[in-house]
Design a protein around this ligand. Structure first.
Ligand code: TRP
Length: 335
């Protein structure tokens, strides 16, 4: 009896969800006044945190720069994956059922969810740190399947080199990251190589979701000289709690994305996500115009800069060398 009820409930739920989705991705395809077909875009974002939100807005801008405007000749169905793989799979299943023309996936797990549900609809991913390691493409130059996009790869070594310039005297590095994100796994592997080559010790503290991040930070705070986080979505969504812990304990926290510095991390060397988002939009436009994702190389961002939070430096009593400050983008906590 219980089982039957559950089944019934499940099918009602699916029907309701399917119907609500139909309004968006499956909407009016008769197109605009000129009789042109409206392109249906399923846009899935792993979760909402500042960097991914910036990326989404920039993708929409990039599409508009190429003449594709939401509500005019394209219809974007935006869905938030809630940092949950089963939620994301359900979202993509609905994109498929509603015959989206193209799927745009922001962040690694969202792209993996998309690829696991369709090998036919073109997928453009955005801000995937390591698309090869994540199993999305065969190679950056020749993706191979129905998927291509932009990568925000940065090496742990480059950020550690920056750390050496700002706080030269460290021996132990705390690694704070989510064990469920492939984007973090490959960067942490690089961190360990760097540490081994430079006689440094790495102490890991891995989490599986946002609610664990503060405690994982506390675990590291009295054990290490500095802490490093890769471009990790779970950590990025808990920056307020984390910076409170590390600033309170006097531990420099090096991060991997501009937004994480803006949210209180000490410093990073990284890319501009506005540029990356627009590039993703341009690649989506190419695919809308008929190009095959399999033969569009993955794009990496070439412009990188240093980002520093001077309020965090003050709280830690750290003086940022003036040559670094001169070329850096500076954030304060007021922004
Ligand atoms: N690169 C991350 C991924 O592959 C996504 C991401 C983009 C991100 N910007 C970020 C993560 C900023 C943390 C902070 O999933």
């Amino acid at each position: 009896m219980k089982k039957v009820m559950k089944k019934l409930l499940a099918s009602v739920l699916i029907a309701v969800l399917a119907f609500s989705m139909f309004a968006a991705c499956g909407g009016d395809t008769d197109g605009d006044k000129d009789g042109e077909k409206t392109v249906k875009i399923g846009l899935i974002q792993l979760m909402e945190h500042p960097s991914l939100n910036t990326i989404r807005e920039s993708i929409i801008e990039g599409l508009a720069e190429d003449g594709y405007v939401d509500g005019e000749n394209i219809a974007i169905d935006y869905q938030n994956g809630q940092n949950d793989m089963s939620v994301m799979k359900t979202i993509v299943q609905k994109f498929v059922a509603n015959e989206c023309d193209i799927i745009i996936a922001i962040a690694t797990p969202a792209a993996q969810a998309a690829l696991s549900e369709t090998s036919e609809i073109p997928i453009i991913f955005s801000a995937v740190t390591d698309p090869v390691d994540a199993g999305l493409v065969d190679s950056l130059d020749a993706p191979g399947a129905n998927v291509t996009g932009t990568s925000d790869e940065v090496s742990a070594e480059m950020i550690m080199n920056l750390a050496k310039q700002i706080t030269p005297e460290f021996k132990t590095i705390g690694a704070l990251y989510s064990s469920g994100e492939d984007n973090s796994a490959s960067v942490i592997a690089g961190l360990k190589e760097y540490a081994a080559a430079n006689n440094l010790e790495v102490i890991e503290s891995a989490v599986t979701n946002t609610s664990e991040v503060k405690q994982a930070a506390q675990y590291l705070a009295d054990k290490v000289d500095v802490v490093y986080s890769p471009i990790d979505n779970t950590v990025a969504s808990a920056m307020a709690a984390v910076t409170e812990v590390f600033n309170g304990a006097g531990v420099p926290f090096y991060v991997s994305a501009d937004s994480m510095v803006q949210d209180g991390g000490l410093a990073t060397y990284g890319i501009d996500y506005t540029v990356l988002g627009k590039e993703t939009g341009h690649m989506a436009a190419q695919v809308i115009e008929g190009q095959n994702p399999a033969s569009i190389p993955v794009k990496k961002m070439s412009d990188m800069s240093v980002y520093v939070n001077t309020d965090t430096a003050k709280a830690l009593n750290i003086e940022i060398p003036s040559d670094i400050l001169e070329s850096a983008t500076v954030f304060t906590n007021a922004e």
